[in-house]
Design a protein around this ligand. Sequence first.
Ligand code: PAF
Length: 283
Amino acid sequence: MEVYSEKQQIITVIEAFKAKKQTLGLVPTMGALHHGHLALVKKALDANDKVVVSIFVNPTQFDNKEDLLKYPRTLECDLELLKTLGKQNILVYAPTVDDIYEGKTLSEHFDFDGLEHEMEGKFRTGHFDGVGTVVKRLFDIIKPDNAYFGEKDFQQLQIIKKMVEKHSMPLNIIGCPIHREPSGLAMSSRNTRLNSEHKKAVPFIYKTLKTAKMRFGTKSADNVSQWVGKQFENHDLLTLEYFIIAEISTLKTVKRKIKNNKYRAFIAVYADDVRLIDNIALN
Ligand code: PAF
């Protein structure tokens, strides 16, 4: 498996693939890979001749310095895990901050038609400008035909689709279902930071989402949101940051259910200082 840390090297290799009309998939990651990431890479390998996995902890999408410092960096293990998928068709791009930002570690500003102001946008200032900046740069460098993103970060997925549509970028964005631990906990690189006590507590998040989905069949969005709020009110180990039921194309909070609209429930919870997000399709 080839690993590149400089964009010029990987650009040269990719140009050779393109000349042979090979299709290219991209799986952008921040490393600390888990089976959810592997599922994205497998899906990409099934549909493309070559797949680039980028591993880059992007500083501009962190509004919290502590969180950036504590983000797990496990390149050696990541490469071992990727090797389990077979080596020939995977290339890894693991750049330095300078290779991506060329001395100016700043975000561009994006207009995602308001998607960026909902949910995560309310709690993580500048986060989606950072995501948009790095993903756009990765698309410029790698020039993939297809790029793969997990639905765990559903708002991110919708925002990237919006960016591609608004800037007429020539690629397909493919969303992939959330991968869960046997306990139901959504797989996330941040899970490795949970202590044993919190590890036992966090399956409560998905359990609550599943019950919320059931209740949404007969109750209003408001009623379900209040019910979820109550479940966390007296929880010893988990603190609810938000629970929102939103329509999936605008991500606006639902006031009144409309027939044929598609809804999802979104949640953000702190387990000590580890922030976890999850979501579930409601219909
Ligand atoms: O979802 C992630 O891991 C990151 O937000 C992404 C898309 C790799 C951009 O840094």
